[in-house]
Design a protein around this ligand. Sequence first.
Ligand SMILES: CC(C)(COP(=O)(O)OP(=O)(O)OC[C@H]1O[C@@H](n2cnc3c(N)ncnc32)[C@H](O)[C@@H]1OP(=O)(O)O)[C@@H](O)C(=O)NCCC(=O)NCCS
Length: 269
Amino acid sequence: MKARPQNPPPPPWGQLTQTTPILDAVLRAVYASDQAMYPVALSYPRLRAWVDACPELSISFRISGRRPAVGPPPPLPAGEDDCAAVAAGVVMVLPLRRSHWEDLLAGRLKEPEIEPGRMFPGEREVEEVGLHVYHIERFEAQTGSESTGGGIAKKGFAEFALDEVVRRMQSRLEWRVIGMSALTATSAGKRTFERLGFTPTGYRELFVVKVAIGVDGAGDDSSQKMDMICVYPGDEGRPDKCLSGGVVAAMSEMAVKYNLSQPFNSGSS
Ligand SMILES: CC(C)(COP(=O)(O)OP(=O)(O)OC[C@H]1O[C@@H](n2cnc3c(N)ncnc32)[C@H](O)[C@@H]1OP(=O)(O)O)[C@@H](O)C(=O)NCCC(=O)NCCS
């Protein structure tokens, strides 16, 4: 009996992609996606300022020369004319001077408070720098599993994107990269960074929903309120006391990796 032909494995990301800076239309989509998964008070102008202050670390990855396996091609962002390439994913990384990065790892500095003018290292300054992954996303419609119509290089986008970031930093001789961090907000994000050797710092943000019942206690006289509760390193045992009847709707966790000398896609972490 003849063996059934196997589908060939998808080619690696490196053979498929080209990179471009993040255009405004893509950044607006990132902003909307972030606000949906992680309801913090970050303004769009602040997000834009991060990208403008270090455009080489906010990268749009595009699959060149082929369309997704099935389905209509996604719209190209305004201003793009390469009709043979589709957006495959993005990564946004913020370079921070050591002291600000350490504050971020411990929760003393919150993401929306990052001021690029003061906290990013200067172009030509000799600095120790921590790289904070603010956002990473593989666009499922273009690269997802065969069952969802994609099937192009569905695995390992994070490794590929973060290796590209580290590679770009190697040509910045003034900046000595001391590590990388991420505030992981989704289960895919948590699994990914854990797989890549990141470990939790102990800082967490819990989004807690509380139902406030009206004065007369009548059925429909209630409203929902979302609070952010911060748990700092060393306080891990305490969050239950802060919940006071609320329900945790989402949780993000700061994770860090110090040794970036091995490529992420080498299989070792
Ligand atoms: C986070 C994200 C970019 C990671 O993308 P990725 O590196 O391509 O990996 P995926 O999470 O898509 O993994 C797909 C599968 O391939 C596996 N995989 C990924 N890289 C692999 C590798 N190098 N070797 C073997 N398997 C691998 C994963 O374990 C996963 O399998 P599972 O579904 O059984 O768990 C992607 O999941 C994403 O865009 N998620 C939505 C946005 C998001 O949550 N961002 C993070 C916010 S903190």
